[in-house]
Design a protein around this ligand. Structure first.
Ligand SMILES: [Zn+2]
Length: 425
């Protein structure tokens, strides 16, 4: 037994060394930030390179470099220019893609900001940005060269905002780095922000499965300063001058609290190691949002913020789908029911083998009828992903469904654990 475990340890160490070697071959210990503009309407999309910048240190993974999990609406791939070899890939999901499903997108062309982070290449490279169409197939929208000696790559230094390390469990390579950033907090409200960030973080890590994974996360809070306190609430005629331009009524949906200023958000935390951003908005009104591999936004003081932060972070961290639906929802066709969606916690049954079939008993009824007895049983229940028909969820209730749910369903828990493993192992 001892010999076996020693062998296992040695294999693990060898694998880690090989991954680090691969990282060192292609990358410096710094970050290349790619700012993009995504523009278009309901039917078309254009992607433009806005700017590159550089900051010291790389907080992302140093293994699984070119290996991605087939998650996300979009994909950003970095290739070595000389050989064409894929040297890094990452998820590229955007608020713009959600907007494309709105009525407004049928009427007008709009532009949205998007920010992506890459390890800084040692040699010339190129990045392709791909997005899935409604048919689920990736299409390339941009191919951009990267020359590491390009004199227009702006160095970004750390902002002078006050910071607090909330938890530190290891190096950036070993841990997922989360940064909480303040929005709508004035200089005199920085202590309130740190208290809010600590409280929301405690709520997040009190929740399954994050409670068991806490030692895999580093957490820092950055008290970015706004000129005015609070946030904009257009539906109530309230506009505030805040650093990150967050507001309710995103896409005319009253509770959707978001910002299109991804460049300002990333500027506020430049130089701080981060892989996940949680923007804490200084407001007591219910609201928030989460975009996969982009950011989470959360109202600080609503009585349900302790739950919403977990739900929205699950969107941003693991790309989990909403499991809720309403009859007559305008988003009924958000998902194409003729293909299997990439999100791990919903299925159209087109390719259920890829989903949670392995977690069900062999004789399980698929789909599963909802009865009093099946309330807490894993199954395949119709209704989810905003649609009453044709999309199925794993359990009657889940953190990705209602605020009343006690926790995530087992399928969502597994998906969250998989992402933590992918980023840290
Ligand atoms: Zn779930």
């Amino acid at each position: 037994m001892i010999r076996l475990s020693l062998l296992f340890m040695l294999t693990l160490i060898t694998l880690k060394m090989a991954a680090q070697q691969q990282y060192d071959t292609f990358f410096k210990d710094s970050t290349l930030r790619m700012d993009l503009i995504l523009a278009g309407n309901d039917k078309s999309m254009q992607v433009y390179l806005h700017a590159y910048s550089k900051s010291e240190g790389w907080a992302g993974r140093r293994h699984n470099l070119s290996n991605q999990q087939n998650l996300g609406h979009g994909l950003a791939v970095m290739r070595d220019a000389a050989t064409g070899e894929i040297i890094y890939s990452t998820v590229c999901s955007a608020l713009f893609s959600e907007w494309q499903a709105t009525d407004e997108a049928k009427e007008v062309q709009k532009a949205f900001q998007q920010v992506l982070l890459f390890p800084f290449p040692k040699k010339k490279a190129f990045i392709t940005i791909e997005f899935r169409g409604y048919d689920g197939v990736y299409h390339t929208y941009l191919q951009a060269p990267v020359d590491p000696s390009d004199l227009l790559i702006r160095p970004k230094s750390e902002m002078t905002y006050k910071k607090e390390v909330i938890q530190k469990n290891g190096s950036s390579a070993q841990c997922v780095d989360i940064v909480y950033v303040a929005e709508g907090y004035t200089e005199g409200e920085q202590d309130k922000f740190f208290a809010d960030a600590r409280r929301l973080n405690a709520d997040l890590f009190a929740h399954e499965p994050f409670d068991k994974l806490k030692n895999k996360f580093n957490v820092t809070a950055v008290a970015a300063v706004s000129s005015e306190s609070g946030t904009s609430h257009p539906g109530k005629g309230v506009w505030k001058n805040t650093l990150l331009d967050a507001h309710y009524d995103t896409f005319y949906s009253s509770r959707y609290l978001m910002s299109n200023q991804m460049i300002a958000i990333n500027d506020a935390i430049a130089g701080v190691p981060y892989e996940q951003i949680i923007v804490v908005v200084n407001t007591p009104v219910y609201g928030g949002g989460g975009i996969f591999n982009s950011h989470t936004m959360i109202s600080a003081d609503d009585k349900l913020s302790n739950i919403i932060v977990v739900h929205e972070f699950a969107h941003a961290f693991a790309g989990l789908a909403d499991e809720y639906y309403y009859p007559g929802d305008v988003m009924e066709n958000f998902y194409n029911k003729k293909i299997e969606p990439w999100e791990e916690n919903i299925t159209t049954l087109v390719d259920f083998d890829r989903k949670w079939k392995d977690m069900l008993p062999k004789d399980a009824a698929i789909p599963t009828k909802l009865t009093e007895n099946s309330k807490l049983t894993l199954g395949v229940y119709e209704g989810g992903g905003y649609a009453t028909l044709g999309i199925y969820r794993p359990m009657q209730d889940c953190r990705m469904n209602t605020n009343k749910a006690k926790t995530f369903c087992p399928v969502c828990q597994r998906a969250l654990i998989r992402v933590v493993d992918y980023l840290t192992k």
